[in-house]
Design a protein around this ligand. Structure first.
Ligand SMILES: [Ca+2]
Length: 103
């Protein structure tokens, strides 16, 4: 386990390391570059090898629809989706409304 800070080397004697993250301290959505340099027992360093890891939002949002319980005949009214929310680091950007007919 290791907390990674930009441009700060993390040194291990093991060939794997966990990039320790939490929902409170996540990597932002998008592309992140990590670099490995290895050193041999004679002190010789490799050239760096870089990889790009994409942090992606793969979780579906949740729709929460509110409406008045009853409305007057012929009166306009609002549907409210503002309590909808997303998981996975994203945000709700589009609302798709459909009238399904008499219930
Ligand atoms: Ca999402």
């Amino acid at each position: 386990m290791a907390e990674f800070v930009i441009n700060q080397e993390v040194k291990t004697e093991t060939p794997t390391v966990e990039v320790t993250l939490s929902p409170n301290a996540p990597l932002a959505l998008g592309r992140h570059t990590f670099r490995l340099v290895v050193v041999d027992d004679a002190g010789n360093s490799s050239i760096p090898d870089d990889v790009v890891v994409i942090v992606a939002d793969t979780e579906n949002p949740t729709a929460v629809l509110s409406a008045p319980r009853s409305v007057g005949f012929g009166r306009s009214f609002n549907l409210d989706g503002s309590r909808s929310f997303d998981a996975g680091g994203g945000r709700v950007v589009t609302y798709l409304w459909t009238y399904l007919g008499p219930a």
